[in-house]
Design a protein around this ligand. Structure first.
Ligand code: ASP
Length: 324
């Protein structure tokens, strides 16, 4: 089984490599910020997310479709009770409700999204059903839940004991500020050059009830143009929403920038628009990007953003570059 996986997996990467060389070998200018321009991977995800990228890789080896891979990857932190910012175990909002946001996008530009979904462990899979089974893109709250139940998903209590205790403590000494947050954004390209992405989060810990972040909004938390590239964001969703960072990043790739340079330019737009951002470490945004050739990169507003890449089944966690 492992041999078979390894074989299929290397064929997938070889095919991506062949595609790379047949398309534009040697005709790209490499700037100082583009050190990863010729480096290719099958999968990239926000944060140290090795279990997710491994699950995505195994699924890619099984079905050879990057959409299956990104869904499988996002499902890992969704089901991980120790991950306090995605799915089960995610910190609740101020009112003690765990509300989930997720979206998925395929290589043809099809997309599905759920926002403010409660009680369903795998919002990413509901988002995929929205994409595949409805004429809509986004379902919210009770409507999203109704749809999920009709599709056979089961409701579960997603509030872990740890999340409840942390929330109760927050209620006593919070000054009413929201808490920490993270997101899994995951992008993958398969042997046929199909680029897909997924994004899932429980959003800001202790956010206002009803708050929706960037993660389920196409062009904000995730954007895929299967002819160009894809990007996913993590960090302060409000900044990402106001600047549509992933759409912008993909547009820079369309103009010929490498994924890393595109991510940097998108982050620089934030510096331009938000006075004082460079000195305000409370406001972090990280972007991961990949193009249809499997070239990848990332950039962040501040230090301490990491991302995970998977090449032929091997994960590497990388410190993202950051700043202007
Ligand atoms: N972007 C997410 C949100 O604002 C949180 C994060 O990725 O840190 O909901």
């Amino acid at each position: 089984m492992l041999n078979r996986r390894k074989f299929i997996a290397s064929s997938a990467l070889t095919a991506v490599g062949t595609y790379l060389f047949s398309k534009n070998a040697g005709d790209k200018q490499i700037s100082a910020d583009e050190e990863k321009v010729n480096d290719i991977a099958s999968i990239i995800a926000t944060w140290p997310n090795e279990k997710a990228t491994t699950a995505a890789w195994l699924k890619l080896s099984e079905t050879n479709y990057s959409l299956d891979a990104v869904e499988a990857g996002a499902r890992v932190p969704e089901a991980d009770v120790l991950d306090t910012s995605v799915g089960y175990g995610g910190y609740p909002d101020r009112d003690g409700r765990v509300t989930l946001d997720a979206c998925i996008m395929d290589e043809k530009g099809n997309a599905g999204s759920v926002v403010f979904l409660e009680g369903i462990m795998h919002p990413i899979s509901v988002a995929r059903k929205v994409m595949e089974k409805t004429p809509h893109v986004m379902l919210a709250g009770g409507g999203a839940l109704k749809f999920a139940l009709a599709e056979g998903f089961k409701t579960e209590n997603l509030m872990s004991d740890h999340a409840r205790v942390t929330w109760e403590k927050w209620l006593t000494d919070n000054n009413y500020h929201p808490g920490n947050h993270d997101t899994i954004g995951i992008l993958a390209v398969d042997a046929k050059g199909r680029l897909c992405g997924a994004c899932s989060t429980s959003g800001w810990a202790f956010k206002m009830n009803g708050r929706i972040g960037d993660s389920p909004v196409l062009g904000a938390g995730l954007y895929v143009d299967g002819t160009v590239g894809a990007a996913a964001c993590t960090g302060l969703g409000e900044l990402v929403l106001k600047n549509l960072c992933t759409f912008l990043c993909v547009e820079f790739m369309r103009q010929g920038k490498s994924p890393q340079e595109a991510a940097k330019l998108a982050v620089n737009r934030l510096f331009e628009k938000i006075p004082g951002l460079a000195n305000d470490t409370s406001k972090q945004v990280g972007i991961v990007a990949m193009n249809v050739k499997g070239e990848y990169g990332a950039w962040a507003v501040h230090d301490n953003f990491k991302y995970t890449i998977n090449k032929e089944g091997v994960n590497t966690v990388v410190d993202s570059k950051f700043g202007k």
